[in-house]
Design a binder for this molecule. Structure first.
Ligand SMILES: [Zn+2]
Ligand SMILES: [Zn+2]
Length: 150
């Protein structure tokens, strides 16, 4: 990609974003097809079972079960609450919630072991009117906050 970008004088990052954006529907369709017949309940990784991408988006359903959602292809799979999706760290001492002023819908979590952060959308608080595919954009404020913290 970088080489191609140099040839046509485009910012490589812009080009990568365009590429990701253009193949995303393919992954989404793939994920939808898979989740219809594939049971992800035996999947315990923080990485997406469909596209292998990392996820920093967790949601808790109305029954209080915690899941990860892939921001790239939209796959959802259950994942223990309070466990770092990047390194699998489960020690409560090194996983902290970063307080977000005036924010009661979402929670921002950080892992001191690997330095990663992730967001939690709690459907017991926000309800289920907003499609899950929008959670990432909806909680974008937390990404801004987290990147400002580093
Ligand atoms: Zn995925
Ligand atoms: Zn971690």
């Amino acid at each position: 990609v970088h080489e191609a970008a140099e040839k046509i004088q485009v910012d490589p990052e812009v080009l990568e974003a365009i590429l990701a954006w253009s193949i995303q529907p393919i992954f989404e369709a793939f994920s939808r097809a898979l989740s219809g017949e594939t049971d992800f309940s035996s999947w315990h990784s923080g990485r997406c079972p469909v596209c292998g991408g990392p996820s920093r988006l967790e949601f808790i359903d109305e029954e209080g079960h915690s899941h990860l959602k892939c921001q790239f292809c939209g796959a959802e799979w259950s994942y223990p609450e309070g466990k770092c999706p990047y390194c699998g760290n489960e020690e409560s001492e090194s996983i902290i919630e970063i307080p977000v002023k005036g924010e009661d819908k979402f929670r921002l979590m950080a892992c001191y072991k690997c330095g990663g952060y992730w967001k939690i959308v709690d459907e017991r608080k926000v309800g289920t009117n907003i499609p899950r595919s929008l959670y990432d954009i909806w909680s974008f404020k937390l990404d801004l906050l987290a990147s400002g913290q580093k």
